[in-house]
Design a protein around this ligand. Structure first.
Ligand code: ADP
Length: 187
């Protein structure tokens, strides 16, 4: 089973992905986490991405596709992946389809978490105050939302046309959203 958790920045994708790892034994593939690890390790890749990420812009397709490719086989062998924060562009989605198809696999479901912009801003300003993630500052968050609307939202018709899309209300409690995702996956 391969699942994409889809939604705007700070919609709760990471939280829900981590829960699915625990309950279903799937493997979380989060390009955001991988990039933050690269920055923390001080690698060349981290150095290249740090400024782009803290302003809220997207890292190049080439970089994130390579990060996913390096982890995909292992995830498929373990029973499937939860893609969290990837794909974020049509080019990434096409590359993912091609990589999966080489392994005889495909995307089985795309769950879209719907959260309105006012709630996103509230969540992210709270997280910024608590955790100080550089790209959660109000200016960067605005850039992230713009990148989502411009580059990532076009994936909705891409997956809708393939009949893979399920919409889940992401405004409820973590438990309520989790229950809706479970229902979507088990139906
Ligand atoms: P969120 O889900 O809150 O937006 P992520 O942790 O997924 O945050 O991503 C943080 C940042 O990492 C993005 O704003 C972007 O700069 C970079 N990034 C993560 N995934 C991708 C991707 N698939 N394509 C391009 N950039 C990415």
């Amino acid at each position: 089973m391969n699942l994409i958790l889809f939604g705007p920045p700070a919609a709760g994708k990471g939280t829900q992905a981590k829960r699915l790892v625990e309950t279903r034994g799937m493997v979380q593939l989060s390009t955001g986490d991988m990039l933050r690890e690269a920055i923390a390790s001080g690698s060349q890749l981290g150095l290249e991405c740090q400024a782009i990420m803290s302003r809220g812009d997207l890292v190049s397709d080439e970089i994130v596709i390579a990060l996913i490719e390096a982890r995909l086989k292992e995830a498929e062998d373990a029973g499937g992946a939860i893609f969290d924060g990837f794909p974020r562009t049509i080019a990434q989605a096409e590359a993912l389809d091609a990589m999966l198809s080489k392994l005889g696999k495909k995307i089985d479901r795309v769950v879209r978490l719907r959260v309105d912009d006012v709630a996103l801003l509230e969540r992210v300003s709270k997280r910024y105050a608590e955790q100080g993630r550089p790209d959660d500052n109000p200016d960067s968050f605005k850039v992230r939302l713009e990148a989502y609307n411009r580059n990532t939202a076009p994936l909705l018709p891409y997956y809708g046309d393939k009949d893979l899309l399920t919409e889940v209300d992401g405004m409820g409690s973590i438990e309520a959203v989790a229950a809706d995702i479970d229902a979507a996956l088990d139906s």
